[in-house]
Design a protein around this ligand. Structure first.
Ligand code: GTP
Ligand code: MG
Length: 451
C-alpha cells in the first residue's frame, strides 16, 4: 500500500470529460512531473488548478487538476484527480504518462479497498459503494446510499454491543459460581436480551432478503395449467403482445420473458408452458422447463381459470407453494365462476380478466405490497443487500439460537458462551472487523476499475 496507484475513473468512451485518479504518497509529485502550470506541490488541499498535461515538450491536453491532501480524501491518502477532455486516446495517454512517471495501474476496486484498509469505511460501506454504482432503480440507489452512509454498519455494531453485554453477564457467572441461584439468575438475565436480539435479527434477515430482490430484480414465474391465460397475463402486464395467445391448450412451449418496473421493483417475468401430462415431445420438454423455473423463482404468479374447478395437478402445485412468495391469479373473471375460492388464503387471491385488463392494476398493487415497497419508500430502510453479509447474519442468528436453547436447557454457561462468541465474530465479519486477506481481495476485485 506504499505505492501510488492510478486509473481512469470515468467510463472509457467518448464524453465531455474523463477523470484519471491518482492516490498515494507520490500522487502530487508524479502528476506535477507531467503538468505545466502552477507548482502542484504547493497547491492547497481541496483546490483545483488549471494547466496542461505535457509529454516532454508536447502538450497532450488542457486539464483541471483537483488536489486533495491526506487524510480527508476517499482513500485517506493524497489524491489527485485530473479532469481531462473526454476521449479514449487522450485519457489513455495521460494514464500512460502517469505510469511512466512512477504510478502503478490500480487493480479493480483498489481505491475503495484502500479506503477500507485505511479505516475510512468498513466492509458494509464498501459494498454500499459497489451497490450504488450498480443500482438500477431509485429504490436500489436509496438502499445502497443508506448502506454507504454507515447506517447498516451501526445496526450490526448495535448487535455486537448487545452481545458484549450478554458475555459480560456470563463472565460474572463463571467468575462467581458460588452465588446461590446463579443458574436461575443467569437465565433471567440472559434469555430476554437474547430473545430480543434473535427477533430483531430475523426481521433484518427477512427484510434484507427482500432488499436483495429490490436490488437485483425479482425472478417471477408465471405458472399454471394450459390455456388458463398465462401468456395473456404476461402481455397485459407488459402492455404489449409479446407472447403468442391462442385457444389451443399448449400454445407456449418455450419460455417467453419480459420485465416491468413497479414502484422501483423490477419484475423479470417468465411465461412458461402450461403444466400437464403430455405425449407431445416438444411440449413435454416445455413442461419440464416450467417445473424447473417454478423451483428457482423468487416469486410465482400462479394462474387459474376461474371458469373451471381446480385440478389435482393444480392443487399439488399450490401445496408446494406454501411458505414461498406467490399470488393466486384467478383469470377469466368475465366468465361464470366454477372455481371455489374459499379454500385459498384470501390475501393471496387476485381476480383478473386479461381481455379487458380488469384487475391488472389491483394485481400490481398487491405485488408492491408483498415486497413492502410502500414501506421502503416511506421508512428510509437500511438492509444488507448482498449474499455474503446475509449469509453471515444467518449464521450468527443460528449460533445465537443454539445458545438460547442451550441456556433454556440449563447447559453450563461456559458452553453457551462459545456460540455467543461465534455470533460476535460472524457479525464482525460482516463489517470487516475480523477478515481474511483472500476474502478482501476477492471482494474488491468485483469492483470496476478506477473505483
Ligand atoms: N374469456 C376470457 N378468455 C381469456 C382471458 N384471458 C385469456 N383468455 C383466452 O384463453 C385462451 C388461452 O390464453 P393464453 O394466454 O394463450 O393461455 P396460456 O395459459 O398461456 O396457455 P398455454 O400457453 O397453452 O399454456 C385464449 O383463447 C385467450 O384469448 C380472459 O380473461 N377471459
Ligand atoms: Mg401461453
Amino acid at each position: 500500500m506504499n505505492d501510488t496507484i492510478a486509473a481512469i475513473s470515468t467510463a472509457l468512451g467518448v464524453g465531455a470529460i474523463s477523470i484519471i485518479r491518482v492516490s498515494g504518497k507520490e500522487a502530487i509529485p508524479i502528476v506535477n512531473r507531467i503538468f505545466k502550470g502552477k507548482d502542484l506541490t504547493r497547491a492547497l488541499t481541496h483546490t483545483i488548478t488549471y494547466g496542461h498535461i505535457i509529454d516532454e515538450n508536447e502538450v497532450v491536453d488542457e486539464v483541471l487538476v483537483s488536489i486533495m491532501l491526506a487524510p480527508k480524501t476517499f482513500t485517506t491518502e493524497d489524491v489527485v484527480e485530473i479532469n481531462a477532455h473526454g476521449g479514449i486516446v487522450t485519457t489513455k495517454r495521460i494514464l500512460e504518462l502517469l505510469l511512466i512517471n512512477g504510478a502503478r495501474l490500480a487493480d479493480a476496486g483498489e481505491f475503495t479497498k484502500r479506503a477500507f484498509l485505511n479505516g475510512r469505511i468498513d466492509l458494509t460501506q464498501a459494498e454500499g459503494v459497489m451497490d450504488l454504482i450498480e443500482s438500477k432503480t431509485e429504490t436500489a440507489r436509496k438502499l445502497a446510499m443508506n448502506q454507504l452512509s454507515g447506517k447498516m454498519s451501526n445496526r450490526i455494531r448495535d448487535f455486537r454491543q448487545s452481545i458484549v453485554e450478554i458475555l459480560a453477564n456470563i463472565e460474572v457467572n463463571i467468575d462467581y459460581p458460588e452465588y446461590e441461584d446463579i443458574e436461575e439468575m443467569t437465565q433471567e438475565k440472559l434469555l430476554p436480551p437474547l430473545e430480543k436480539m434473535l427477533k430483531d435479527m430475523e426481521y433484518l434477515i427477512k427484510e434484507s432478503e427482500n432488499g436483495v430482490l429490490i436490488k437485483t430484480g425479482v425472478k417471477t414465474a408465471i405458472i399454471g395449467s394450459p390455456n388458463v391465460g398465462k401468456s395473456s397475463l404476461l402481455n397485459a402486464l407488459l402492455e404489449q403482445d409479446k407472447a403468442i395467445v391462442t385457444d389451443v391448450a399448449g400454445t407456449t412451449r418455450d419460455i417467453v420473458e419480459g420485465s416491468i418496473q413497479l414502484d422501483g421493483l423490477i419484475l423479470n417475468m417468465i411465461d412458461t408452458a402450461g403444466i400437464r401430462d403430455t405425449k407431445d415431445k416438444v411440449e413435454e420438454i416445455g413442461v419440464l422447463k416450467s417445473k424447473s423455473i417454478l423451483k428457482e423463482a423468487d416469486f410465482v404468479l400462479f394462474v387459474l381459470n376461474g371458469n373451471e374447478a381446480i385440478t389435482d395437478e393444480e392443487q399439488n402445485i399450490l401445496n408446494d407453494l406454501k411458505g414461498r412468495n406467490y399470488l393466486i391469479v384467478v383469470n377469466k373473471s368475465d366468465l361464470d365462476r366454477n372455481l371455489d375460492l374459499k379454500e385459498f388464503d384470501q390475501d393471496k387471491v387476485v381476480q383478473i380478466n386479461t381481455v379487458t385488463t380488469d384487475g391488472i392494476e389491483p394485481l400490481k398493487k398487491k405485488i408492491i405490497e408483498l415486497f413492502h415497497m410502500n414501506q421502503v419508500e416511506t421508512e428510509d430502510p437500511s438492509y444488507l443487500t448482498n449474499a455474503r453479509s446475509i449469509s453471515l447474519l444467518k449464521q450468527a442468528s443460528i449460533a445465537l439460537k443454539q445458545a438460547y436453547h442451550a441456556l433454556k436447557n440449563n447447559t453450563p454457561v461456559d458452553l453457551v458462551e462459545i456460540d455467543i462468541k461465534s455470533a460476535w465474530d460472524l457479525l464482525g465479519e460482516i463489517i470487516g472487523e475480523t477478515y481474511q486477506d483472500a476474502l478482501i481481495d476477492q471482494l474488491f476485485s468485483q469492483f470496476c476499475l478506477g473505483k
